[in-house]
Design a protein around this ligand. Structure first.
Ligand SMILES: O=P(O)(O)OC[C@H]1O[C@H](OP(=O)(O)OP(=O)(O)O)[C@H](O)[C@@H]1O
Length: 217
């Protein structure tokens, strides 16, 4: 897996991540969602540079011009719930992409820190031979992405996978390194050092799903 960590670069992306982390700003859920969406646009733009391109001839009112445009068949799949604004950002740049949605939630069987990830909904076209973009703002333990990849086994083998995320933890990134095919790219806005005992990213930003859409039972 190739990791593209943008926290090592100076760009306006860092401002959006800061606002998502900041306890005095993040409770404004509309702003929180908007920041996720615009980070989705920025990561999409960066990712677009690595896609496959073809030459097309465009006719203008005064002549013709050869231009290079992405030729890839793209399926964008978002992991509910927090990825929904990220999805909006991605498809605002890849407007011809097919769309998929998958659910995943943590189940704590004995109420303690240990959990398993339950995936019980996947709506997706075939991804056979296509470019699969998986979006999820948080990459904590990496178990969600591991289970999402398993769920996709019934939907064909993608040509390549791009994971778009906002904040990840080093242990989670290491965990998925050998679970995903080698030519998988991870595009991530920030990487934090560790997780707490419940598998939350430290310092992270809290619960992205709740901040974007409200507390769930
Ligand atoms: O890497 P992991 O340890 O698997 O954790 C990451 C997952 O946790 C969060 O979802 P959450 O379960 O809070 O669901 P929500 O988005 O519906 O609130 C996040 O959006 C990821 O999907």
């Amino acid at each position: 897996m190739i990791v593209h960590d943008f926290s090592n670069e100076n760009s306006v992306l860092n401002q959006f991540v800061l606002e998502m982390r900041d306890v005095s700003i993040q409770k404004d859920s509309m702003r929180f969602r908007k920041n996720i969406e615009r980070i989705g646009e920025i990561l999409s733009y960066e990712m677009s540079k690595t896609l496959h391109y073809k030459t097309e001839v465009v006719k203008t009112p005064l002549g013709e011009k050869e231009m290079k445009v992405p030729e890839t068949d793209i399926v964008v799949c978002s992991i509910l719930r927090a990825a929904l604004p990220l999805h909006t950002g991605v498809i605002s740049f890849f407007d011809k992409a097919e769309n998929a949605y998958i659910s995943a939630f943590r189940h704590h069987p004995d109420g303690g820190d240990a959990f398993e990830v339950i995936v019980n909904y996947l709506a997706s076209p075939s991804v056979e031979g296509k470019t699969l973009i998986l979006t999820d703002p948080m990459l904590a333990t990496g178990k969600t992405l591991e289970n999402v990849l398993k769920a996709f086994k019934s939907h064909g083998m993608p040509k390549e996978i791009h994971i778009l995320s906002i904040i990840g933890a080093k242990p989670g990134i290491a965990y998925i390194q050998d679970k995903f095919p080698e030519n998988t790219h991870l595009w991530i806005a920030a990487v934090d050092e560790k997780l707490n005992s419940r598998g939350y990213i430290l310092p992270g930003l809290g619960d992205a799903g709740d901040l974007a859409f409200g507390v769930k039972l």
